[in-house]
Design a protein around this ligand. Structure first.
Ligand code: AMP
Length: 170
């Protein structure tokens, strides 16, 4: 894809020593590249085969909502603690640089039967795996995950037991 790698900047030792943080926000400052990326993600077979999208706070929301509009798929969200009202399904997880938890509103999960998970970046796979567990706990189907970037050396996809796609591998 045109120019995608030149729009991703690496910050070393952020947010913790030893982490090479990939800042992908440059992508949304180039509307031509952003549009091309969203068109490509929206036509992905995992998105097409799902009834709805579930995007992950916070950078996942940027891509998830644009894909939702382009692909005409409704979107629900997985959010960090203390952000969602109502009855929730919640699960703890580890990501490349820490530990957290994610929640989904039970009521919104119940509306659709199958989900494509959308996030900005796949590292160890802990975040996407957490969302997949929440979907399954709600009795719904995981169609797969679609990320903008995949960090290959962490091999996150090996722990994910469903189709995994990324637009750029580094
Ligand atoms: P993981 O659960 O390890 O796959 O981590 C994926 C989540 O953490 C994504 O939501 C990313 O935004 C964030 N993340 C993890 N590692 C990095 C990294 N090296 N650079 C940028 N974001 C990262």
């Amino acid at each position: 894809m045109k120019n995608l790698d030149s729009l991703i900047r690496t910050y070393y030792d952020f947010p913790r020593k030893g982490i090479a943080f990939k800042d992908i926000l440059g992508i949304i400052q180039d509307t031509e590249v952003f549009r091309e990326l969203i068109l490509k993600m929206s036509s992905n077979k995992i998105i097409k085969s799902s009834e709805a999208i579930i995007s992950i706070e916070a950078r996942g929301f940027i891509f998830g909502s644009a894909i939702s509009l382009q692909a005409s798929k409704p979107m629900i969200v997985a959010r960090k603690p203390g952000k969602l009202p109502g009855e929730l399904l919640e699960e703890n997880y580890y990501l490349e640089y820490g530990k957290s938890s994610l929640s989904i509103q039970k009521e919104s999960l119940m509306r659709f039967s199958s989900y494509a998970i959308v996030d900005d970046l796949l590292a160890t796979g802990g975040t996407i795996d957490c969302v997949a567990n929440l979907i399954r706990r709600g009795g719904k189907k995981v169609c797969g995950s679609v990320s903008v970037v995949e960090l290959m050396e962490l091999n996150g996809r090996s722990r994910l037991k469903f189709p995994v796609e990324s637009m750029m591998q580094i």
